[in-house]
Design a protein around this ligand. Structure first.
Ligand SMILES: [Fe+2]
Length: 232
């Protein structure tokens, strides 16, 4: 896939940003004196909802034994000195309702392969080559703004799949979303059955357009993706 292809261009979080901002603006207008002039149009705009993040299969490799270290830094395991091998990425975003409200205290879990294509799972591909410096799984509880944040590595492909990060969100002990996040501009995306099944509109909601962190000497990447969950 070439830069400028649709997935690269629309993989940004900007479209959701814009929708949230527009909704706030319209809400402001609606509360003002002009509201009654064109009630139909305002009512319609107020009903505008953020598109739900598409659900995708959990897959067979959710850790069958969770690591002792389950924090949001997957690059360092416990007090090991040697960090994970791979390109470091900072993955962050917000958990939001379709109305754009932040979801506080949501548990966000991620799991993914290490740089050798191995999961934290006893039946993973390449498990004999697993990188002991990579945590493979992490958790984060969203703050009052609904924000989550992880430091991990850029996922690599494994047999049959394009690179992806698995994500699960729970709220009030209820599972509200299971999905996968993809890397914009990766050629294998176009050949991945699960990714393709989402269609263009769904793909843009789960494709992360990673950018190089300014000033990073090791080329760390920064990626943002808001997760829209079906709770009110
Ligand atoms: Fe997977």
């Amino acid at each position: 896939m070439q830069p400028g292809d649709p997935v690269t261009r629309i993989g940004r979080a900007d479209d959701i940003e814009r929708l949230v901002a527009r909704r706030r603006l319209l809400k402001g207008f609606a509360l003002g004196a002009a509201a009654w002039l064109v009630p139909g149009a305002f009512a319609e705009a107020l009903e505008e909802r953020l598109p739900l993040t598409p659900r995708q299969t959990e897959g067979p490799f959710y850790p069958d034994r969770l690591p002792l270290d389950r924090d949001n830094d997957l690059v360092i395991v416990g007090d090991r000195v040697t960090p994970a091998v791979g390109r470091i990425v900072h993955l962050s975003g917000r958990v939001l309702t379709p109305a754009g409200s932040p979801v506080r205290s949501a548990l966000v879990e991620i799991w993914q392969v290490d740089n050798n294509g191995a999961y934290i799972h006893s039946r993973s591909f390449h498990r004999s080559r697993r990188d002991p410096g990579f945590q493979g799984y992490g958790q984060f509880v969203t703050n009052a703004k609904g924000e989550y944040r992880f430091r991990t590595i850029l996922p690599v492909a494994y047999p049959g799949r394009t690179p992806h990060i698995h994500v699960a969100v729970s709220h009030a002990r209820r599972h509200v979303l299971t999905t996968q996040l993809y890397t914009a501009g990766v050629a294998q995306n176009a050949r991945d059955g699960i990714y393709r099944s989402l269609g263009a509109a769904g793909q843009r909601l789960v494709t992360v357009d990673y950018r190089v962190v300014e000033g990073s000497r090791i080329g760390e990447l920064d990626g943002r993706k808001d997760l829209i969950v079906g709770i009110t």
